[in-house]
Design a protein around this ligand. Structure first.
Ligand SMILES: Nc1[nH]c(=O)nc2c1ncn2[C@H]1C[C@H](O)[C@@H](COP(=O)(O)OP(=O)(O)OP(=O)(O)O)O1
Length: 193
């Protein structure tokens, strides 16, 4: 790991205190002109975590939480509930547990993604045109028959903030990606409220 820094890069928003957990990569942080707001929601229940296999569009072929763009007039919390229902058919009392900022080389707008989690949900989980939902073990139950979280088939940043997420910490961070999806530089930390 090189270029470690304790100062969070531009785009990382937080309140209160921040601890630096992990950073790395080379070169300068990439510039950005605009920011687009997104959500990403996870259901975590009894040692299991619900992920979706992305069937189309951005992040195709990767597992992720359920989410998408925040529409005009919506709060990110409202968008998170709507996107979870659109993509997995369920509603849940989501609460925010982190904020991430990503830049993809070649795209003019950066992604500001609010991450949400809930331990319960209502409705029946369904496969949609966008997502194939699957349960994974969150690692807390050694006797679980479920597969582990498939980090090799997720965005490269996930392995850095997932440990904080799984420990119920509020996390923030930034990752800059090349056009072919390689993470060039990253910084992740924990927010202490
Ligand atoms: N580097 C990254 N790491 C990660 O874990 N999630 C990422 C990510 N970059 C993007 N995401 C997530 C945020 C969001 O849940 C999803 C992108 O949402 P979508 O592909 O659904 O966006 P769309 O532009 O299709 O929006 P909608 O049409 O509103 O669904 O990918």
């Amino acid at each position: 790991m090189s270029n470690t820094t304790e100062i969070p890069p531009l785009g990382v928003t937080y309140e209160g205190k921040l601890t630096h957990e992990v950073s790395g990569g080379e070169g300068p942080w990439l510039p950005f002109d605009k920011v687009k707001h997104y959500t990403n929601a996870f259901i975590r229940q009894n040692g299991k975590i619900l992920l979706g296999y992305k069937k189309r569009g951005f992040g195709l072929g990767l597992y992720n939480g359920f989410g998408g763009k925040v529409e005009p007039g919506e709060t990110s919390a409202q968008a998170a509930v709507r996107e979870l229902e659109e993509e997995a058919g369920i509603t849940a009392p989501l609460r925010r547990c982190g904020s991430l900022f990503f830049i993809l080389q070649g795209l003019e707008a950066a992604f500001c993604i609010e991450i949400f989690v809930a331990e319960e949900y209502e409705g029946t989980i369904i496969e949609t045109d966008e997502m194939g939902p699957e349960w994974f073990s969150d690692g807390s139950d050694p006797s679980s028959d479920l597969p582990p979280i498939p980090l090799k088939q997720m965005w490269a940043d996930d392995e850095f903030w997932m440990p904080m997420f799984l420990n119920n910490r509020m996390f923030v961070g930034r990752g800059d990606f090349s056009e072919d999806g390689k993470m060039l530089k990253y910084w992740f930390g924990e927010q202490i409220l």
